[in-house]
Design a protein around this ligand. Sequence first.
Ligand code: CTP
Ligand code: MG
Length: 239
Amino acid sequence: MHMNRNVAIVLAAGKGKRMNADRPKQYLLLDGKPILYYSLKTIEESFIDRIILVTSADEIEYCRKEIVEKYGLQKVTSIVAGGKERYHSVWNGICQVEDCDYLFIHDGARPFLTQDILDDAYRCVKEYDACVAAVPVKDTIKQVDGSGRVTFTPRRSTLYQMQTPQTFRFSLIKDAYEGLIRQEEDLKKKGIAITDDAMAVETITSHDVRISEGAYTNMKITTPEDIWIAESLIKSIKN
Ligand code: CTP
Ligand code: MG
């Protein structure tokens, strides 16, 4: 039987609270198409074999009709419901994968994914089994305590901003998430919030995570001003 070697999970089950719009931000239109469409299209045109789309239960039909069927995205073979936290949504996606070599996890709120970013993630994961697309931070980052007092300034040259895709050997990420779901209550008690996939690997396993080449344009659309930036980015990409 043919095995899908490379599978992508595209996450679109968030509510987009920080965007404060009339619908989850991944469905806002960018140049006439939903934000979510763009990364699905890039993955559709890549070396990846199959896409699992994770969305909220009441948006599954909308996604099927208005995105997957409308734009003929043939690699999207499952659309499943996500969960409360991002890591629940990832886990629901992982549960749809019988087996594969590498799993690419991407935020549906990052429309400016490119073939170069995917290619570099693939190169990196084949060598290291766990990698995250990232870019060096531009601003100085400081740690601040609850009262707003600066407590620490890490050396900027050691700091990177994490993006997606976050890419893993499937067995590694499956084990990490299995452990994460099992230890969920324990981690909550310790006040540990798992905010990306690499953190699941770092927290649950002892496996190293590497960075692959992201791009400053591979932004996550999060707050209203990101929409203005995305609108002008898409215009300059098209021209
Ligand atoms: N996501 C998800 N399931 C969740 C939470 C987030 O699939 N329970 C997805 C989002 O749809 C998004 C990506 O994870 O594509 C990154 O999350 P984020 O930018 O935080 O999106 P939201 O959670 O939707 O936004 P906010 O935190 O402002 O509510
Ligand atoms: Mg969120």
